[in-house]
Write a protein that binds this ligand. Sequence first.
Ligand code: DHB
Ligand code: MG
Length: 210
Amino acid sequence: MDERLQRYVTELFAVEDPVLTAIRERHTEAGLPPIHISADEGKLLLLLLRALEATTVLELGSLGGYSGVWIARALPPHGRLTTIERDPRHAAIARQAFNEAGLSPRVRLIEGAALDVLPTLAPGFDAIFVDADKEPLAQYYDWSMRLLRPGGLLLCDNAFFHGAAVDPADATPAAQGVRAFNRLAADDPRLVATVVPVRDGLLIGLKVAE
Ligand code: DHB
Ligand code: MG
Protein backbone atom coordinates (compact mmCIF):
# COMPACT_ATOMS: atom_id res chain seq x y z
CA MET A 1 0.00 0.00 0.00
CA ASP A 2 1.08 3.57 -0.70
CA GLU A 3 2.84 4.87 2.41
CA ARG A 4 0.77 8.05 2.68
CA LEU A 5 -2.46 6.12 2.41
CA GLN A 6 -1.27 3.62 5.01
CA ARG A 7 -0.49 6.51 7.37
CA TYR A 8 -3.92 8.01 6.67
CA VAL A 9 -5.68 4.74 7.55
CA THR A 10 -3.51 4.18 10.61
CA GLU A 11 -4.06 7.68 12.00
CA LEU A 12 -7.81 7.32 11.51
CA PHE A 13 -8.44 3.72 12.51
CA ALA A 14 -5.42 2.21 14.25
CA VAL A 15 -4.15 4.75 16.76
CA GLU A 16 -2.02 2.98 19.37
CA ASP A 17 -2.57 3.46 23.08
CA PRO A 18 0.58 4.18 25.16
CA VAL A 19 0.97 0.49 26.04
CA LEU A 20 1.30 -0.58 22.41
CA THR A 21 3.60 2.33 21.62
CA ALA A 22 5.89 1.44 24.53
CA ILE A 23 6.01 -2.20 23.44
CA ARG A 24 6.93 -1.22 19.90
CA GLU A 25 9.58 1.23 21.07
CA ARG A 26 11.17 -1.32 23.40
CA HIS A 27 11.17 -3.82 20.57
CA THR A 28 13.26 -1.36 18.56
CA GLU A 29 15.57 -0.47 21.48
CA ALA A 30 16.23 -4.17 22.16
CA GLY A 31 17.47 -4.51 18.59
CA LEU A 32 14.83 -7.04 17.58
CA PRO A 33 14.39 -7.31 13.80
CA PRO A 34 12.02 -4.54 12.61
CA ILE A 35 9.52 -7.03 11.23
CA HIS A 36 6.61 -6.81 13.64
CA ILE A 37 3.19 -6.14 12.16
CA SER A 38 1.96 -2.59 11.66
CA ALA A 39 -0.83 -0.98 13.69
CA ASP A 40 -3.24 -1.07 10.74
CA GLU A 41 -2.56 -4.79 10.36
CA GLY A 42 -3.07 -5.27 14.10
CA LYS A 43 -6.41 -3.49 13.87
CA LEU A 44 -7.47 -5.78 11.02
CA LEU A 45 -6.52 -8.87 13.05
CA LEU A 46 -8.48 -7.53 16.02
CA LEU A 47 -11.53 -6.81 13.87
CA LEU A 48 -11.50 -10.25 12.23
CA LEU A 49 -11.13 -12.04 15.57
CA ARG A 50 -13.94 -9.99 17.12
CA ALA A 51 -16.21 -10.70 14.13
CA LEU A 52 -15.51 -14.41 14.61
CA GLU A 53 -15.99 -14.11 18.39
CA ALA A 54 -12.74 -16.05 18.68
CA THR A 55 -11.73 -17.34 22.10
CA THR A 56 -8.73 -19.53 21.20
CA VAL A 57 -5.99 -18.31 18.87
CA LEU A 58 -2.65 -19.86 17.98
CA GLU A 59 0.26 -17.68 16.83
CA LEU A 60 3.43 -19.00 15.22
CA GLY A 61 6.23 -16.51 15.94
CA SER A 62 5.70 -14.26 18.99
CA LEU A 63 8.70 -11.98 18.27
CA GLY A 64 8.42 -9.15 20.84
CA GLY A 65 4.71 -9.65 21.55
CA TYR A 66 3.38 -6.67 19.60
CA SER A 67 1.02 -8.72 17.39
CA GLY A 68 0.18 -10.90 20.39
CA VAL A 69 -1.14 -7.88 22.29
CA TRP A 70 -3.40 -6.92 19.36
CA ILE A 71 -4.64 -10.53 19.17
CA ALA A 72 -5.12 -11.07 22.92
CA ARG A 73 -7.04 -7.79 23.18
CA ALA A 74 -9.55 -9.18 20.67
CA LEU A 75 -10.35 -12.09 22.99
CA PRO A 76 -12.79 -12.20 25.91
CA PRO A 77 -11.25 -12.43 29.42
CA HIS A 78 -11.62 -16.23 29.42
CA GLY A 79 -10.01 -16.44 25.96
CA ARG A 80 -6.56 -17.82 25.33
CA LEU A 81 -3.75 -16.91 22.94
CA THR A 82 -1.17 -19.67 22.54
CA THR A 83 1.96 -18.23 20.97
CA ILE A 84 5.13 -20.09 19.98
CA GLU A 85 8.60 -18.51 19.96
CA ARG A 86 11.92 -20.21 19.27
CA ASP A 87 14.29 -17.40 20.35
CA PRO A 88 14.56 -17.17 24.19
CA ARG A 89 15.46 -13.47 24.02
CA HIS A 90 12.41 -12.68 21.92
CA ALA A 91 10.28 -14.79 24.26
CA ALA A 92 11.46 -12.83 27.31
CA ILE A 93 10.60 -9.52 25.65
CA ALA A 94 7.21 -10.86 24.54
CA ARG A 95 6.45 -12.02 28.11
CA GLN A 96 7.24 -8.53 29.37
CA ALA A 97 4.90 -7.07 26.74
CA PHE A 98 2.01 -9.33 27.79
CA ASN A 99 2.64 -8.45 31.45
CA GLU A 100 2.66 -4.72 30.77
CA ALA A 101 -0.53 -4.98 28.75
CA GLY A 102 -2.19 -6.86 31.62
CA LEU A 103 -2.78 -9.80 29.30
CA SER A 104 -0.60 -12.52 30.85
CA PRO A 105 -3.58 -14.53 32.19
CA ARG A 106 -4.87 -14.74 28.62
CA VAL A 107 -1.58 -15.76 26.98
CA ARG A 108 0.34 -19.02 26.96
CA LEU A 109 3.81 -18.51 25.48
CA ILE A 110 5.55 -21.74 24.52
CA GLU A 111 9.29 -21.57 23.90
CA GLY A 112 10.49 -23.88 21.18
CA ALA A 113 10.61 -24.53 17.46
CA ALA A 114 7.12 -24.51 15.96
CA LEU A 115 7.60 -27.91 14.31
CA ASP A 116 8.43 -29.43 17.72
CA VAL A 117 5.55 -27.70 19.53
CA LEU A 118 2.74 -28.07 16.95
CA PRO A 119 2.42 -31.88 17.37
CA THR A 120 1.81 -31.37 21.12
CA LEU A 121 -1.19 -29.06 20.68
CA ALA A 122 -4.84 -30.09 20.76
CA PRO A 123 -6.86 -29.14 17.67
CA GLY A 124 -9.86 -26.80 17.69
CA PHE A 125 -8.38 -23.29 17.45
CA ASP A 126 -10.75 -20.55 16.30
CA ALA A 127 -7.93 -18.80 14.43
CA ILE A 128 -4.25 -19.32 13.63
CA PHE A 129 -1.83 -16.47 12.80
CA VAL A 130 1.29 -17.70 11.00
CA ASP A 131 4.13 -15.17 11.26
CA ALA A 132 7.32 -17.16 11.74
CA ASP A 133 10.27 -18.25 9.58
CA LYS A 134 9.32 -18.67 5.94
CA GLU A 135 11.20 -21.76 4.77
CA PRO A 136 8.93 -24.31 6.54
CA LEU A 137 5.69 -22.55 5.54
CA ALA A 138 4.29 -25.55 3.66
CA GLN A 139 4.62 -27.61 6.85
CA TYR A 140 3.10 -24.78 8.89
CA TYR A 141 0.19 -24.83 6.45
CA ASP A 142 -0.49 -28.53 7.01
CA TRP A 143 -0.28 -28.20 10.79
CA SER A 144 -2.50 -25.12 10.79
CA MET A 145 -5.22 -26.84 8.77
CA ARG A 146 -5.03 -29.79 11.15
CA LEU A 147 -5.33 -27.60 14.27
CA LEU A 148 -7.95 -25.14 12.98
CA ARG A 149 -11.62 -25.86 13.67
CA PRO A 150 -14.10 -25.82 10.79
CA GLY A 151 -15.35 -22.24 10.55
CA GLY A 152 -11.99 -20.99 11.83
CA LEU A 153 -9.70 -18.38 10.27
CA LEU A 154 -6.25 -19.01 8.86
CA LEU A 155 -4.17 -15.82 8.85
CA CYS A 156 -0.66 -15.57 7.42
CA ASP A 157 1.64 -12.56 7.39
CA ASN A 158 3.98 -11.63 4.53
CA ALA A 159 1.95 -13.09 1.66
CA PHE A 160 3.83 -10.68 -0.66
CA PHE A 161 7.22 -11.08 1.05
CA HIS A 162 8.45 -7.75 -0.32
CA GLY A 163 7.46 -8.74 -3.83
CA ALA A 164 9.31 -12.06 -3.78
CA ALA A 165 5.96 -13.81 -4.18
CA VAL A 166 5.91 -12.67 -7.83
CA ASP A 167 9.64 -12.86 -8.51
CA PRO A 168 10.38 -16.27 -10.06
CA ALA A 169 14.08 -15.36 -10.06
CA ASP A 170 14.01 -15.43 -6.26
CA ALA A 171 14.70 -19.09 -5.50
CA THR A 172 15.61 -18.57 -1.85
CA PRO A 173 14.04 -21.14 0.49
CA ALA A 174 12.10 -18.33 2.21
CA ALA A 175 10.54 -17.06 -1.04
CA GLN A 176 9.71 -20.64 -2.06
CA GLY A 177 8.06 -21.19 1.31
CA VAL A 178 5.87 -18.09 0.93
CA ARG A 179 4.82 -19.07 -2.61
CA ALA A 180 4.09 -22.63 -1.47
CA PHE A 181 1.86 -21.43 1.39
CA ASN A 182 -0.05 -19.05 -0.88
CA ARG A 183 -0.55 -21.77 -3.51
CA LEU A 184 -1.71 -24.33 -0.95
CA ALA A 185 -4.23 -21.87 0.48
CA ALA A 186 -5.47 -20.83 -2.96
CA ASP A 187 -6.00 -24.41 -4.19
CA ASP A 188 -7.39 -26.02 -1.03
CA PRO A 189 -11.11 -26.84 -1.39
CA ARG A 190 -11.42 -26.72 2.42
CA LEU A 191 -10.52 -23.02 2.42
CA VAL A 192 -12.06 -19.80 1.08
CA ALA A 193 -9.05 -17.48 0.94
CA THR A 194 -7.66 -14.23 -0.34
CA VAL A 195 -4.85 -11.78 0.36
CA VAL A 196 -5.49 -8.29 1.71
CA PRO A 197 -2.79 -5.78 0.70
CA VAL A 198 -2.15 -4.50 4.21
CA ARG A 199 1.59 -3.89 4.87
CA ASP A 200 3.36 -6.95 3.34
CA GLY A 201 0.14 -8.82 2.47
CA LEU A 202 -2.11 -10.66 4.91
CA LEU A 203 -3.52 -13.96 3.70
CA ILE A 204 -6.99 -14.63 5.15
CA GLY A 205 -8.67 -18.00 4.77
CA LEU A 206 -11.92 -19.35 6.18
CA LYS A 207 -11.90 -23.09 6.80
CA VAL A 208 -15.22 -24.24 5.40
CA ALA A 209 -14.75 -28.00 5.56
CA GLU A 210 -12.77 -30.54 7.57
C1 DHB B 1 10.21 -10.28 7.31
C2 DHB B 1 9.02 -9.64 7.65
C3 DHB B 1 8.10 -10.28 8.42
O1 DHB B 1 6.92 -9.72 8.79
C4 DHB B 1 8.35 -11.57 8.85
O2 DHB B 1 7.40 -12.17 9.58
C5 DHB B 1 9.53 -12.20 8.52
C6 DHB B 1 10.46 -11.55 7.74
C7 DHB B 1 11.19 -9.57 6.50
O3 DHB B 1 11.00 -8.40 6.23
O4 DHB B 1 12.18 -10.19 6.10
MG1 MG C 1 5.66 -11.16 9.48
